[in-house]
Write a protein that binds this ligand. Structure first.
Ligand code: HAM
Length: 413
């Protein structure tokens, strides 16, 4: 095995690319603050049982994609494939339902799924997600959709399509499952092995099978939207009118069922140039399913690698990377010593600055300063050491001013 190559489906984030990530993460934190969401950090791994019960044991994520292993204590552990189950577990464990409701939280986390890697599909990827626990109100559905849409719009993305659907509650699903079973029974011989095994256990999952044959059969299956009960229908109508009230355009897409079992009622996806950037929905039975009190929930997960790809494709700006301020070049030993202490003092005073660390010639030091994009430079030699004064050069226009070295920090603030 080649130890100098990262595992398939994972990416290194190099220092020269990290500003892009900081930019989208800062924007996520900023919008969450404005929408009154606080950050939650849960472990990167959980007991496997949490995902079996939470995400559902007939889903692709659980059946095919989890990184599961026994730890040295013999417990089955899984690297989290998504963020909702962990947040729900923490909501129960810390009795957040007894605090002020709704409980509104967000996370920016790595997730792990054993999938076939391709553009926008990784084995370690990152999600910005939000969850709201404790409210059944349709205006919360609209609130979190509006958060996701505002985030993407504020980043400057175009071509965003919001598609919504309702997949009803377990009661309406019972009736629908019968209709689905009857339909898929007729095509049983053509279905893939996994789908055949899902037919009796959870026919809804056949609808998001990736096999082209199953997908073609699923295209003509009865739609859930035609089978939802009056209460779910009324909720969906309210969500639509709240969205319209906020001026958010959407289309109703009865084919969206989402790949995870916990969803009830509203589900949605935000798509940009054929890539699903964001997916989410309501999960009113999850907390109870995991052993907590009856509590509603809703949230979304937004794939950050896909977001960056979409921003790059659309040539959207990632903001101005913070520019390093000052480079102090030096000639001779005394000047090098002075540069060391000046750099240290300026850094402690809050100014980003650098000096030569490679024992380069003056010419090579200035080439380095140019390449690294410093805003200003000074050159220290014997004269500057003797007089404690130097010329501060603006690297963009080449202008210089003479300055006392102990005034540098003032001048650069
Ligand atoms: P999900 O649809 O499985 O939902 O994932 C959400 C988003 O994560 C996707 O739309 C996509 O952008 C990104 N994503 C998923 N898998 C990969 C992958 N292998 N590589 C790159 N990006 C990926 C959830 O995870 C739910 N927990 C969302 C949610 C939160 N629902 C309610 N609350």
């Amino acid at each position: 095995m080649l130890v100098t190559k990262a595992p398939r489906g994972t990416n290194d984030l190099l220092p020269r690319e990290s500003d892009k990530w900081h930019y989208i993460e800062d924007k996520a934190r900023d919008i969450c603050r404005r929408f009154s969401f606080g950050e939650i950090r849960t472990p990167m791994f959980e007991h496997t049982e949490l995902f079996l019960r939470g995400v559902g044991d007939t889903t692709d994520v659980v059946e095919k994609q989890m990184y599961t292993f026994d730890d040295k204590g013999g417990r089955s552990i899984t690297l989290r494939p998504e963020g909702t189950a962990g947040a729900a577990r923490a909501y129960i464990e810390h009795s957040l339902y007894a605090d002020t409701l709704p409980a509104k939280m967000y996370y920016i986390i790595p997730c792990f799924r054993y999938e076939k890697p391709q553009a926008g599909r990784l084995r370690q990827f990152h999600q910005f997600g939000v969850e709201v626990f404790g409210s059944a109100e349709a205006n919360v559905d609209a609130e979190i959709i509006s958060l996701a849409m505002s985030y993407l719009e504020e980043l400057g993305l175009n071509n965003l399509k919001l598609a919504i659907n309702s997949i009803g509650c377990p009661e309406c699903r019972k009736q629908y499952n019968k209709a689905l079973e009857a339909y898929f029974e007729k095509h049983i011989d053509a279905l893939c092995e996994t789908c055949r095994s899902r037919l009796k256990r959870n026919p809804l999952r056949i609808l998001d099978c990736k096999s082209p044959v199953c997908a073609q059969i699923a295209a003509d299956a009865p739609k859930l939207l035609g089978h939802i009960c009056e209460t779910c229908d009324a909720h969906f109508e309210q969500v639509k009118s709240h969205l319209s009230g906020l001026g958010i355009s959407y289309t109703v897409d009865p084919n969206i069922v989402r790949g995870l079992d916990y969803y009830t009622k509203t589900v949605f996806e935000i798509i940009s140039n054929a890539s699903t950037l964001c997916g989410g929905g309501r999960y009113d039975g999850l907390i109870e399913e995991l052993g907590g009190p009856s509590a509603c929930g809703i949230g979304f997960g937004l794939g950050l690698e896909r977001l960056i790809m979409a921003m790059e494709q659309q040539n959207v700006s990632f903001g101005d990377a913070p520019q390093a301020r000052l480079f102090i070049a030096n000639i001779g030993e005394k000047a090098a010593m002075l540069a060391d202490s000046l750099v240290y003092g300026l850094r402690r005073a809050g100014i980003s600055c650098e000096k030569d660390r490679m024992n380069r010639s003056l010419k090579a030091q200035m080439k380095y300063a140019d390449k690294m994009g410093f805003a200003y430079s000074v050159v220290l030699g014997d004269d500057e050491v003797a007089t404690n004064r130097a010329r501060l050069k603006n690297m963009e226009n080449g202008e210089t001013v003479e300055i006392a070295l102990d005034e540098l920090s003032q001048a650069l603030k």
